[in-house]
Design a protein around this ligand. Structure first.
Ligand code: HEM
Length: 483
C-alpha cells in the first residue's frame, strides 16, 4: 500500500466516511461500544471484521484506523512533517501540569530535544551506565531474597520500583532508592498518571474542568509531588555543575540538558528540562516494568522456554557481582524471549498520529487534524505472517526457527514504534529487562504466578497494556541454598 499518493486522480480517492467500520450510534458514535480498559481488543476485533482500513467514531473524534503493518511503518516514518502525536494528548498533559518533553514536543522543538536525548541513549552511552544498572539489579535481588518463600510478590509494583531506580540513577544522576523503601515513594505517584491520562483522553466530556472528583484531586497531588521531586533533581544537578570539568562533559542526561538550556540562544528553558525529566520517568518506568512482567509470566507458562533460558544464564554468567555488559550481550535465547513476548504483548498495542495537513493515506483522503489510529498487533498475530502466531515460540527470532528475515520480522513487530520517533530508550530497556530476568533465573525458582481469577492474566489498557494482578511466589534455588 502506498501513502501520500499525491498524483492519484481525485476521483480514485475514497473519503474517511466511505470506509467500512462499526455502525456508530447517534451523538456518541462508537464510544459506548468499546470498553475503556479493553479498547485495544475491541478495535482489533473490528479490524478483523472490517479490514485493514476502517473508520471509527470515538470520544467525539472521527478516526481512521490502520492495521496493515507496512502502511503503519510508512505513516510512522512521515513524522514530523506530515503527522504528529495527537494534539489532544498534548493538551491533556499540559492541563495536568506536565510540560512538553521530547515525547510531546513537535517540529523544531522536538528535533532539538530528540538530538540531545539520542546522544544520552546511544548504545555506547548505555554501556557506561552498566555499573549503576547492576547495582539497582542487586537491590532487586536483595528485595526478592527477603520476600522469597513465604511472601507473594506484587510483580508489577516491584518491577516499577526497579525501573524508576534505574532511570533516575542513569538519566538524572540521582540516587532514588525505592527498592529499599516502603515509604511514600515517587513511583506511587507516577503510577497514577498514565491511568488518569487514559481516562481523560477517552472522556466524552471534560467534567474535571468543572468539578474535581477525588481521583482528580489525587492526580493533582501526585503531579505536584513529582514536579517537586523534579525541581530537586534539577537543583542537585545545577549544584554538581558548579564543577567546570563536569560542565564541560556532563555525565548524564539531566546535566546535559541543563548545560544546553544555559547556552545563550539555546531555545531551551528550565520548563523544557523539567518536561524531559518527567518524560523519561513516565516513558521509561511503566513500559519497561510491564514488558518484564509479561515476559516473566510467559516464561512461567512455558516451562521448556524457561528451562532453556535458565540453562543459558547458568552457562554464560558467573556470580551477579561479576556480570559485565558483554556477558549480558551473549544471551541470544533470553533476547529471543524478549522479542517474542513483546510481539505477543506489546505494551503499546496501538499508537495514534494526527495529520498536520490534508493528505492521503493509501487511497483515502484525510483532512488536516484527522487522528489515525495504528493497530500495532494486528499483523503480528496473523498466522500468514508468523505461523501459529498466537504461540509463544522464541525460536522464531533465532536462525534455527526464523520464519522471516530478522529485518522482515522487525518491520511487522514494532513494540518500540518506528521511524524518526522510534523509542530512544530501547537499548536501555532491553538491557534492564535482561538484567532483571537473568537475576531471577539465576537465583530463584518461580513457585507460582497467580492471577485474581486463576487464568492467564487479562490485558488491561491504561495508556499501556498491563497484566492484571500478578502475584509471584519465589523459592531460592536449591543449588544456591546449599552453597
Ligand atoms: C520495554 C520498554 C519500552 C517500550 C516497549 C517503549 C515503547 C515506546 C513506543 C511504542 C514509543 C512510541 C514510538 C513511536 O511513536 O514510533 C516510545 C517513545 C518514547 N520512549 Fe519508549 N519504550 C520503552 C522504554 C523506554 C525507556 C527506558 C525510555 C527512556 C528512559 C523511553 C523513552 C521514550 C521517549 C522519550 C519516547 C518519545 C520519542 C519521540 O517522540 O521522539 N522508552 N517508546
Amino acid at each position: 500500500m502506498q501513502n501520500t499518493v499525491v498524483d492519484a486522480p481525485a476521483r480514485a480517492l475514497r473519503q474517511l466516511r466511505d470506509l467500512p467500520g462499526p455502525r456508530p450510534w447517534p451523538l456518541v458514535g462508537n464510544t459506548l461500544q468499546v470498553s475503556l480498559h479493553r479498547m485495544h481488543q475491541d478495535l482489533e476485533a473490528w479490524a478483523k471484521q472490517h479490514g485493514p482500513l476502517m473508520r471509527v467514531h470515538l470520544g467525539g473524534f472521527k478516526l481512521m484506523v490502520v492495521s496493515d503493518a507496512e502502511l503503519i511503518g510508512q505513516l510512522l516514518r512521515e513524522r514530523p512533517e506530515t503527522f504528529r502525536r495527537p494534539s489532544r494528548m498534548q493538551a491533556i498533559m499540559r492541563e495536568i501540569g506536565i510540560h512538553d518533553g521530547v515525547f510531546m514536543a513537535e517540529g523544531e522543538a522536538w528535533a532539538r530535544q530528540r538530538r540531545m536525548v539520542m546522544a544520552s541513549f546511544a548504545p555506547h552511552q548505555v554501556r557506561s551506565y552498566f555499573p549503576a544498572l547492576l547495582r539497582v539489579t542487586q537491590r532487586l535481588h536483595a528485595r526478592w531474597l527477603r520476600a522469597a518463600d513465604p511472601h507473594p510478590i506484587d510483580l508489577q509494583a516491584d518491577l516499577m520500583r526497579f525501573t524508576v531506580d534505574a532511570i533516575a540513577g542513569l538519566a538524572f544522576g540521582s540516587e532514588v532508592n525505592t527498592l529499599q523503601s516502603d515509604d511514600d515513594v515517587i513511583q506511587r505517584h507516577l503510577d497514577k498518571i498514565f491511568p488518569a491520562i487514559w481516562r481523560r483522553a477517552h472522556a466524552l466530556f471534560p467534567y474535571w474542568q468543572h468539578v474535581k472528583l477525588p481521583a482528580d484531586r489525587a492526580l493533582d497531588d501526585s503531579v505536584k509531588v513529582v514536579n517537586a521531586a523534579i525541581r530537586d533533581f534539577i537543583s542537585q544537578g545545577r549544584q554538581r555543575l558548579q564543577d567546570p570539568a563536569r560542565r564541560a562533559a556532563p555525565p548524564n542526561l539531566l546535566e546535559a540538558m541543563i548545560v544546553a538550556a544555559d547556552e545563550p540562544d539555546s531555545g531551551m528553558t528550565d520548563e523544557d528540562v523539567a518536561g524531559n525529566v518527567f518524560t523519561m520517568l513516565l516513558a521509561g518506568e511503566d513500559t519497561t516494568a510491564t514488558s518484564l512482567s509479561w515476559m516473566i509470566d510467559l516464561l512461567w507458562r512455558h516451562p521448556g522456554a524457561l528451562a532453556r533460558a535458565r540453562e543459558e544464564v547458568d552457562r554464560e554468567l558467573g556470580p551477579i557481582s561479576q556480570w559485565t555488559v558483554d556477558d549480558l550481550a551473549g544471551l541470544p535465547w533470553l533476547e529471543a524471549c524478549i522479542h517474542e513476548s513483546m510481539r505477543l504483548k506489546p505494551v503499546g498495542p496501538f499508537n495514534v498520529v494526527e495529520a498536520l495537513r490534508d493528505t492521503v493515506v493509501a487511497d483515502v483522503a484525510i483532512r488536516s487534524g484527522t487522528p489515525v489510529l495504528l493497530l500495532m498487533r494486528h499483523d503480528t498475530l496473523r498466522d500468514e505472517v508468523f505461523p501459529d502466531a498466537h504461540a509463544f515460540r522464541p525460536e522464531r527470532w533465532l536462525p534455527e526457527g526464523a520464519e522471516l528475515s530478522p529485518a522482515g520480522a522487525k518491520r511487522v513487530s514494532m513494540p518500540f514504534g518506528s521511524g524518526p520517533r522510534i523509542c530512544p530508550g530501547r537499548f536501555l530497556a532491553l538491557l534492564e529487562i535482561k538484567l532483571a530476568a537473568a537475576m531471577l533465573l539465576q537465583s530463584f525458582d518461580i513457585a507460582a504466578i497467580d492471577t485474581p481469577d486463576g487464568r492467564p492474566p487479562q490485558e488491561h489498557m491504561d495508556l499501556t497494556m498491563v497484566p492484571v494482578g500478578l502475584r509471584m511466589r519465589l523459592r531460592r534455588r536449591e543449588s544456591l541454598r546449599a552453597a
